[in-house]
Design a protein around this ligand. Structure first.
Ligand code: NDP
Length: 281
């Protein structure tokens, strides 16, 4: 099995390009799903306080017997906790739930520009503190748009290591993706297979036929060749295995371009728009 490549972040650390996402996995099923992913070879788990399963992720990592240092774990600040004091307490809660003394990567989950007087800057400065004290080894953001990123770069010291955004063949999010790239911010693609919505696409199915791979493998491979970081979610053991086998084949330039041409812009978006999203649990 070929090794999982790493992406070097702007803080000098290296993140495995393929991980395992646990959004919408019920807590009772999370430990088994993560345990299976770790057995298959995944060494990167993407969770969040909002998902309600940090505890089970931590349990599965510990139960695996794999050295903590060998598993990259990302979590995210929930929307109700952007104010600095609340953010510090929420971070303590994340570490307690995971049962870890650090996370590899901590993200502001959503920018919430219509809440908190549009102040995600003080939130980011709080994450800078968590990085300085070593408990968040890398820090980043999620769902940040170009104007949000620009503001952090103008008003803060640390450039986010990653920006985790909705990105798949139907929503290629090129303006944000390009801004990330131009500014040394790695792009993490959430819902990399659009929760399955791209898998019946005729062009993708044709490439699957040509390569003898599944549609999901083709789409994940397309992300990899664009240097995106991905963490597909599945609770199906065979799919967890299938999604891991994407480093032993390559798409041709023409095949990559055929998938590039599937972008539907805003019509392809499946989740909420980050400029308007204001959900606080
Ligand atoms: P994905 O694009 O990963 O799709 C998951 C869905 O696809 C599930 O229904 C799964 O079904 C199915 N699936 C997985 N693999 C295959 C396969 N090989 N063939 C066919 N179907 C398959 O969606 P997510 O929204 O879960 O995104 C991935 C991760 O991104 C999340 O888990 C989370 O970590 C992160 N995320 C972050 C967000 C943010 O705001 N920062 C928002 C949304 C996601 P089944 O489980 O039944 O096998």
């Amino acid at each position: 099995m070929p090794a999982i490549p790493s992406i070097e972040l702007n803080d000098g650390r290296s993140i495995p390009q393929l991980g395992f996402g646990v959004f919408q996995i019920p807590p009772a099923e999370t430990a088994e799903a993560v345990a299976h992913a770790l057995r298959v070879g995944y060494r990167h788990i993407d969770t969040a306080e909002m998902y309600g399963n940090e505890r089970e992720v931590g349990e599965a990592v510990r139960a695996s017997g794999i050295d903590r240092a060998e598993v990259w774990v990302t979590s995210k600040l929930n929307n109700g906790f952007h104010e600095p004091g609340a953010a510090r307490r929420a971070f303590d809660g994340t570490l307690a739930a995971l049962g870890f003394d650090y996370v590899d990567l901590f993200l502001i989950h959503w920018p919430l520009p219509t809440l908190y007087d549009g102040d995600y800057v003080s939130t980011w400065k709080t994450l800078e503190e968590l990085k300085a004290d070593g408990r968040a080894r890398s820090i980043g953001v999620s769902n940040f748009q170009v104007d949000h990123l620009q503001r952090l770069m103008d008003e803060c010291d640390v450039v986010p290591a990653v920006n985790q955004i909705e990105l798949h063949p139907y929503l290629q999010n090129r303006d944000v993706r390009d801004f990330d790239e131009d500014n040394g911010i790695a792009t993490e693609a959430w819902s990399p297979i659009a929760q399955g919505a791209v898998l019946d696409d005729a062009a993708i199915r044709a490439i699957a036929e040509e390569t003898g791979r599944s549609a999901a493998q083709v789409v994940l491979r397309w992300h990899v060749q664009h240097d995106n970081i991905v963490f597909p979610k599945s609770t199906t053991p065979e799919r967890i295995e299938e999604n891991f086998r994407i480093f032993d084949f390559e798409l041709s330039e023409e095949q990559v371009e055929e998938i590039d041409a599937l972008d539907r812009g805003e019509d392809g978006r499946t989740g909420p728009h980050p400029e308007r999203f204001a959900y606080v649990p």
